[in-house]
Design a protein around this ligand. Structure first.
Ligand code: CA
Length: 223
């Protein structure tokens, strides 16, 4: 594969063995290229600025500046780079802090390397992903639907076009934290088709992304 087509990944992780393991596992994928590594956030920010990765794997437990602060810092100047929070913690506060600071995904460190590669591809394509092991923590932490800053006022957030049976099925998988690739596998359709269903669901539900869709689905008892 031509190098420019690779997804460029940066790893910010203080534990050397984890960092090296991640690099080796990810570079084994023909479409993923680890272009930068750092053992703390300060160095990470420099490396990111210099190497312009597409996707950043950000450990949260880092010395001095922690991963959440680093994500906030990155988001001050870059809204587009994809950030995957990578952590061994499954505490609600940490999941919520990571996502609300601008991470696109939240991964536990015991994730299978192949799955992590899949998540990197999906996140690079604009998908948000929360490790299914912590997805319910994130959902439970979301304020009730009365908080109109998140889901819009309830009148305008009513679903006007009903979801098809297939879309309801896709929505269920989406709420359980499955990626497009996984949904495609479950439904025995192409990833392209799964993506198309997700797009249609987002439009019908009047939400911007799958996290909002999942929140709304749970709050409105759609699944
Ligand atoms: Ca760490």
């Amino acid at each position: 594969m031509i190098k420019e087509k690779c997804i460029k990944v940066a790893i910010v992780e203080d534990f050397k063995l984890t960092r090296v393991g991640l690099r080796c596992a990810l570079n084994a994928n023909i479409d993923i290229d680890v272009v930068a590594e750092a053992e703390d956030a300060i160095e990470g920010l420099k490396q990111i600025e210099k190497n312009k990765p597409d996707v950043i794997l950000m450990d949260l437990g880092l010395p001095q500046m922690n991963g959440i602060e680093a994500i906030l810092k990155i988001r001050e100047s870059d809204k587009d780079v994809k950030i995957i929070a990578l952590t061994s913690h499954d505490r609600r506060e940490e999941v919520v802090a990571a996502l609300s600071s601008g991470a696109n995904a939240y991964c536990l460190k015991d994730i299978d390397p192949e799955k992590l590669a899949e998540v990197i591809r999906d996140v690079n394509d604009g998908v948000c992903w929360i490790d299914p092991l912590v997805a319910d923590l994130a959902l439970k932490a979301i304020p009730k639907i009365e908080d109109t800053s998140i889901v819009g006022n309830s009148a305008s957030s009513q679903i006007k076009v009903p979801l098809t049976e297939r879309e309801q099925e896709v929505l269920k998988h989406l709420v359980s934290g499955k990626s497009n690739t996984e949904i495609a596998k479950e439904l025995i359709v192409s990833v392209h088709t799964a993506k198309a269903h997700v797009c249609s669901i987002l439009q019908k539900m009047c939400v911007n992304d799958r996290v909002q869709a999942a929140v709304k689905a749970v709050k409105e008892g759609m699944v």
